[in-house]
Ligand binder design. Sequence first.
Ligand SMILES: CC(C)(COP(=O)(O)OP(=O)(O)OC[C@H]1O[C@@H](n2cnc3c(N)ncnc32)[C@H](O)[C@@H]1OP(=O)(O)O)[C@@H](O)C(=O)NCCC(=O)NCCS
Length: 170
Amino acid sequence: MSELRRAVQADAEAIAGVDVRAWWHAYRPFLDEQRLAERSTEARTESWSLRLPGVEEETWVLEVGGRVAGFASLAPSRDADAEAATGELLALYVDPPAQGAGVGTRLLGQAQLRLGELGYDAATLWTFEANGLARVFYEHHGWVPAPAAVGNEACEVWAPAVRYRRELGP
Ligand SMILES: CC(C)(COP(=O)(O)OP(=O)(O)OC[C@H]1O[C@@H](n2cnc3c(N)ncnc32)[C@H](O)[C@@H]1OP(=O)(O)O)[C@@H](O)C(=O)NCCC(=O)NCCS
């Protein structure tokens, strides 16, 4: 049994667990371990408690067997060069044991649908340059590289990142 639903504040700890496990699993090969270790479940739970349920930002979770298997967050684009009609996929994370089973595809589909319903014509996302699996995944789902000019590196705090874009709607 699975359920796709909007996240509520009570989901903060479960989302933080997925967030931290997915970061370790996917990013350990190229991110600094010391900095990864500072991204604790406790700290992330606190941060998610403040973000949920969100007003401009929406987070969706997919529960499988009563557990949060993954989540996706969306909001208006944070990029300096973004037009008003551009939304952003802020995050998409699937718990490592649940990866490769369609959870990410369902969450991405829902995020794209919601961004369209909210009136955005297009959306962008940032992902680490070295995150090959995710890049192939996004390209498979119609996202194309959209290089950003200097001053847009919102997500470059940890490592070099690349921007992708997708038109929304029918
Ligand atoms: C990238 C990610 C969101 C994809 O979600 P997912 O649930 O694993 O993806 P799905 O099962 O829906 O589809 C993945 C597709 O790529 C392949 N794939 C991608 N990542 C995979 C993985 N870790 N294990 C197995 N297959 C994977 C699958 O074969 C599948 O191909 P198909 O659509 O042709 O069948 C997820 O792997 C993840 O959270 N990765 C780590 C964090 C991350 O990089 N997030 C993106 C940040 S911008």
